[in-house]
Design a protein around this ligand. Structure first.
Ligand code: AMP
Length: 211
């Protein structure tokens, strides 16, 4: 199974990606997580990405595309993969299509999580992330129940950055929805409701589409 998840920040892509990757036994490739891991360990890539991430802007395509292409050559992607947060503009979608086309391993589906901006702002401003394992929490929790790590508010989940991220999503990322609709790959589902219900609806929609 080769999948892409699309949706505005706060749509629950990260949470669903982890569950779906486990369900299909495929690697979860989150470009945001890769950038954050590089930032944490102080690599050149992390330094390059930081100023863009802090502002809510996209890291330049040259950096991001090279990073994703490299990740997709790792052996664990041989049985499939789930991309979370990539592509984020039409240029990246075209690069991905060409890269997979050359290897004759086209995408099976692209799942779009639909949610309105007010809900996104509410979710992101109360979102906390585990410093240890990256698990995402809504609101009240102080400690990660998976690894005991400390929870923190991502710098880019601050209100002023959220507004910019939503703008970037509607201007640059939303057009890829049409790109994938035209390719016949798009599945759109509401991102509201119980986490497990949403996962089940994605799995059901995928089994109807990819059979
Ligand atoms: P995320 O964790 O997916 O919300 O990503 C956090 C930040 O990482 C984004 O706001 C961007 O600055 C950067 N980023 C993640 N994925 C991409 C991408 N595909 N292209 C450019 N920048 C990205």
């Amino acid at each position: 199974m080769r999948l892409v998840l699309v949706g505005p920040p706060g749509a629950g892509k990260g949470t669903q990606a982890a569950l779906l990757a486990e369900h299909f036994a495929i690697p979860h490739i989150s470009t945001g997580d890769i950038f954050r891991a590089n930032l944490k360990s102080g690599t050149e890539l992390g330094l390059q990405a930081k100023s863009y991430m802090d502002k809510g802007d996209l890291v330049p395509d040259s950096v991001t595309n090279a990073m994703v292409k490299d990740r997709l050559t790792h052996i664990d992607t041989a049985t499939g993969f789930l991309l979370d947060g990539f592509p984020r503009n039409v240029g990246q979608a075209e690069v991905l299509r060409a890269f997979l086309g050359e290897r004759q391993i086209p995408l099976d589906a692209v799942v779009e999580f639909a949610i309105d901006n007010n809900e996104v702002i509410k979710r992101l401003s109360s979102r906390r992330t585990c410093r240890g394992c990256g698990k995402i929490y809504a609101g009240e929790s102080v400690k990660c129940d998976a690894c005991g790590g400390e929870l923190y508010q991502r710098d880019d989940d601050r209100e002023e950055v959220i507004a910019r991220r939503l703008e970037v999503y509607s201007e640059q990322t939303a057009p890829i929805v049409n790109f994938y609709r035209t390719e016949g790959l798009l599945i759109t589902l509401p991102a509201i409701g119980e986490i497990s219900t949403i996962t089940a609806s994605v799995v059901r929609a995928l089994s109807q589409k990819v059979s």
